[in-house]
Design a protein around this ligand. Structure first.
Ligand code: SF4
Length: 354
C-alpha cells in the first residue's frame, strides 16, 4: 500500500510509480481494498507497459528532478513469484544503464525480507526499500490483519541496512486497537531502527475493505481529521527531534490507492501535511503570545515568504483562531526573504519553530 510521489518540485527526486496491484500479499489487511479493486485478475505490468510508462514520466518530469527512481509500489514486491520479480527488475534496468534513471525502489511487507529474497536483487540497481510497518505492536498488527509481527520489521530492517539499502518505514495511525500512546510507542520503536526516512498514513475506511464492514456495523470508529492532524504533528516532531526525515504525511488523491468514490470515512484531506505544518506554527505563535505580559491589539508577524501560508493555516483558520483566542483586532503578516524559514518575528520577538 505504498503510495508514491506526484511530480516533485525542482531539486527533489522524481519517482516514477509503477503500480503492482495487491500481488504478493498473502493476507488482506483490514484497511486495504486492493483485492476488491483488482478482483484478483489484474496482472503485473508487462515489460512493454513498464517501458511506455517510464518514458512517459521521463518526458515531462526529468528536467525538474535531482535524481530519478523507478518505484514498484502497491503490492508487496518481494512477495511476488521469483520470475515476476526478476522480470520487473529486468524491465527497469535499461533505463539505469542508459543513465536516464538513477536507481530502482520498491515497497514490500517486512515478512518478505530474507537472505534468499534479497539475494534476488543481487546485481540489480536497487537502492531503496520501503517496509509497510504500520505498527510495532503485535496486537494492533493482529487487529489489522497484517499477518506479520513487529519482530519481522526489526529483522528486515537489520538485513536491509546490513546490505547498504536506503530504508524507509511506513507507519499508520488510527488502526483498530491502536491509540495515540500506541502510535507514539510505534514511532519510538521505528526511530530506534534508524530508518533513512518515514511516512505516516492515516487509516481510512475504503469501500470493499473489511474495515468498511466494521465501520458500517458501528464496530470501527475512524479518527477525526482534527485528532489525526494533532497526533501526526506529535509524531512528526518526534521524528524531527530524532533526525529522521518524514517524507510524507497523509494520503493524496494522486496516491492511486482508491478509485473515485471508494473513500467512505476517515481523516482524509488532500493537504494533510499542510494542516500538520499549520498546526505546528499555530502552537509556536500561541506559546509566544501566552508568554507576553502585554499583547498588542495589532499583532505583526514577520516571516520568510514561503512560511506565510503555514502561518495563515488552511483557509486562514490560524488567523481566525489567534484573533479570537487573544482578542486581537488585526494580524499583519509581513515578509522578509532574509529571515530563516524556521524563525518568525512575533510582535518584535524572534521565535524558532520546532
Ligand atoms: S500488504 Fe499492502 S497491498 Fe497487501 S493487503 Fe496489506 S495493505 Fe493491501
Amino acid at each position: 500500500m505504498e503510495p508514491c510521489g506526484d511530480t516533485p518540485p525542482i531539486g527533489r527526486p522524481l519517482i516514477i510509480p509503477l503500480f503492482i496491484p495487491h500481488m504478493g500479499c498473502p493476507h488482506q489487511c483490514v484497511f486495504c481494498n486492493q483485492r476488491s479493486i483488482t478482483g484478483g485478475t489484474r496482472q503485473t505490468p508487462s515489460p512493454d507497459q513498464i517501458h511506455r510508462e517510464v518514458r512517459r514520466f521521463l518526458k515531462y518530469g526529468k528536467k525538474r528532478a535531482s535524481t530519478t527512481q523507478i518505484s514498484f509500489f502497491g503490492g508487496s514486491f518481494l512477495g511476488l513469484a521469483k520470475e515476476t520479480i526478476l522480470s520487473l527488475l529486468r524491465a527497469a534496468v535499461p533505463f539505469v544503464q542508459e543513465a536516464r534513471v538513477d536507481s530502482i525502489r520498491f515497497s514490500t511487507r517486512p515478512d518478505t525480507i530474507s537472505r534468499e529474497t534479497l539475494g534476488l536483487l543481487d546485481g540489480f540497481p536497487v537502492s531503496t526499500v520501503e517496509l509497510g510497518v504500520q505498527s510495532m505492536n503485535d496486537l494492533v498488527l493482529d487487529a489489522a490483519g497484517r499477518g506479520h509481527r513487529a519482530a519481522d520489521t526489526v529483522h528486515a530492517t537489520g538485513l536491509l541496512k546490513a546490505r547498504g539499502y536506503q530504508v524507509g518505514l511506513q507507519m499508520m495511525v488510527g488502526l483498530p486497537a491502536d491509540d495515540d500512546d500506541g502510535a507514539m510507542e510505534t514511532a519510538r520503536r521505528v526511530a530506534a531502527l534508524q530508518p533513512d526516512f518515514v511516512r505516516i498514513y492515516p487509516t481510512l475506511v475504503l469501500k470493499g475493505s473489511r474495515l468498511a464492514g466494521r465501520f458500517n456495523a458501528g464496530r470501527y470508529h475512524p479518527m477525526s481529521l482534527a485528532a489525526c492532524v494533532t497526533l501526526v504533528k506529535r509524531l512528526y516532531l518526534f521524528f524531527k527531534t530524532s533526525h529522521i526525515p518524514v517524507v510524507r504525511m497523509g494520503l493524496q488523491a494522486s496516491d492511486g490507492l482508491t478509485r473515485a468514490g471508494d473513500f467512505i470515512a476517515g481523516p482524509y484531506h488532500p493537504a494533510f501535511g499542510h494542516l500538520v505544518h499549520g498546526e505546528i506554527v499555530l502552537d509556536a505563535i500561541t506559546s509566544a503570545l501566552n508568554k507576553m505580559e502585554k499583547r498588542p491589539e495589532t499583532l505583526t508577524i514577520i516571516s520568510h515568504p514561503s512560511m506565510v501560508s503555514r502561518i495563515q493555516g488552511l483557509k486562514k483558520q490560524n488567523i481566525r483562531h489567534l484573533k479570537k483566542a487573544f482578542d486581537l483586532k488585526k494580524i499583519a503578516l509581513l515578509q522578509d526573504a532574509n529571515i530563516e524559514k524556521e524563525h518568525l518575528m512575533v510582535a518584535n520577538r524572534q521565535i524558532t519553530l520546532p
